[in-house]
Design a binder for this molecule. Structure first.
Ligand code: PMT
Length: 353
């Protein structure tokens, strides 16, 4: 076991940290989903969404959390479904989900959309053979019907088509194990798979071997915890888990606008994947920047960046009107990625002819 403080590689992480209990079950569901989508010839995108937690105790009472409501992931998943993709939606338990996000309990509680028709008997029927007697007297507020019908129609169509598969994580450990296993399953689709990593993943964690079994007791003054660094898993994901074929999109969140583009470029250079989407915390709902390779060459064929006057990154901004509340930037992000993914797929087909 690595000693404290340690730098875990992805391999040493997975050989020392235990898998979540439901992993096998989750993966057999993913395998079946991928098999069906492959049969139908669909592109599949893995969308990760929401923040991971780091528990401080084995019997967990306290944990650290990462910021993310899951808006980016849940909204993007809907637009991918609309574009004909099958979606594996891997999200933090209780964070926003596609479709139901429109009726979030805090911003748009669904009970506010319902009305009880006048004259309805407020006592639920005791007749068990007629459980619907109350519900038939509940209706949707007239001015909410159009929007609800639109969301409900899309939701039902996706369920009927079987194109959405949902997975849940809570801790960073759940996330890492799931991400590796799902990526490996998806890699059978080669270039038809896209990976859209919108989750906000913890940078530090407490290895299981260092965790207190019971609730950490207060009363001994300040608390000192030394955490280990979460391994940088994008590298093995690009090089090994996805078989170098997947179209991988990561996100970079910054709060200092001056750091956004340079940090996104460093990320692209370090991991050698296809796109980094930079977003500033306060402007993320109406502007993002795409950082990608300037030409279509795979990064492995590029060699060191010796010519600094000729940057090898393309930078393109997507912006929408911040005052237009009917427009979601994820619609444009997804449209742009679908376009680029198509080129990625046809590029591979052309090179094998
Ligand atoms: O959900 P919202 O409230 O709408 O917010 C969306 C968002 C701002 C959280 C999202 O758009 C975003 O930027 N997500 C990435 C946050 C971030 O900066 O992550 P990072 O720097 O820790 O990681 C960079 C990338 O690698 C991310 O794509 C992350 O998902 C991925 N990563 C990082 C570490 C790790 N161990 N595993 C990973 O997959």
């Amino acid at each position: 076991m690595p000693q404290s403080p340690s730098l875990f590689s992805a391999d040493s992480y997975f050989s020392t940290q235990p898998p979540p209990s439901g992993l096998e079950h989750d993966i057999s569901g993913v395998k079946e989903f991928v098999r069906r989508q492959k049969e139908k010839g669909r592109n599949v995108v893995l969308v990760t969404s929401g923040g991971t937690t780091v528990p401080l105790e084995l019997n967990v009472v306290r944990f650290l959390d990462n910021f993310s409501a899951g808006t980016r992931g849940a909204t993007s998943a809907e637009y991918f479904l609309k574009a004909g993709y099958a979606v594996i939606f891997m999200h933090r338990q209780f964070s926003l989900q596609p479709f139901s996000r429109h009726y979030s309990h805090s911003t748009n509680p669904f009970l506010d959309f319902l009305e009880i028709e006048p004259g309805t008997n407020m006592q639920p029927s005791s007749d068990v053979s007629d459980p619907g007697s109350m519900s038939s007297q509940i209706c949707v507020t007239p001015n909410k019907r159009k929007d609800l019908l639109e969301v409900l129609t899309a939701y039902k169509a996706v369920h009927a088509a079987g194109t959405l598969h949902t997975l849940t994580f809570v801790t960073v450990n759940d996330y890492l194990w799931l991400l590796r296993a799902v990526s490996q399953e998806l890699s059978v689709l080669k270039r038809k798979a896209m990976y859209y990593l919108a989750a906000a993943v913890s940078d530090f964690f407490l290895p299981r071997q260092k965790m207190s079994e019971h609730k950490i007791q207060s009363g001994k003054g300040s608390l000192h915890i030394e955490m280990d660094q979460v391994p940088k898993i994008l590298k093995p994901m690009v090089d090994d888990w996805t078989g170098k074929d997947g179209f991988i999109v990561s996100f970079k969140l910054e709060t200092d606008p001056a750091l956004l583009v340079p940090k996104a470029q460093i990320s692209l250079e370090r991991y050698g994947h296809q796109v980094v989407i930079g977003n500033d915390l306060n402007r993320r709902k109406y502007e993002v920047v795409f950082i990608s390779w300037k030409d279509a060459l795979p990064p492995s064929s590029k060699g060191p960046n010796s010519d600094l006057s000729n940057p090898r990154y393309a930078e393109s901004w997507l912006k929408i009107d911040p005052h237009d509340h009917n427009k979601e930037i994820e619609e444009d992000i997804v449209a742009e990625l679908v376009k680029r993914h198509k080129i990625w797929i046809t590029g591979a087909e052309a090179s094998t002819k």
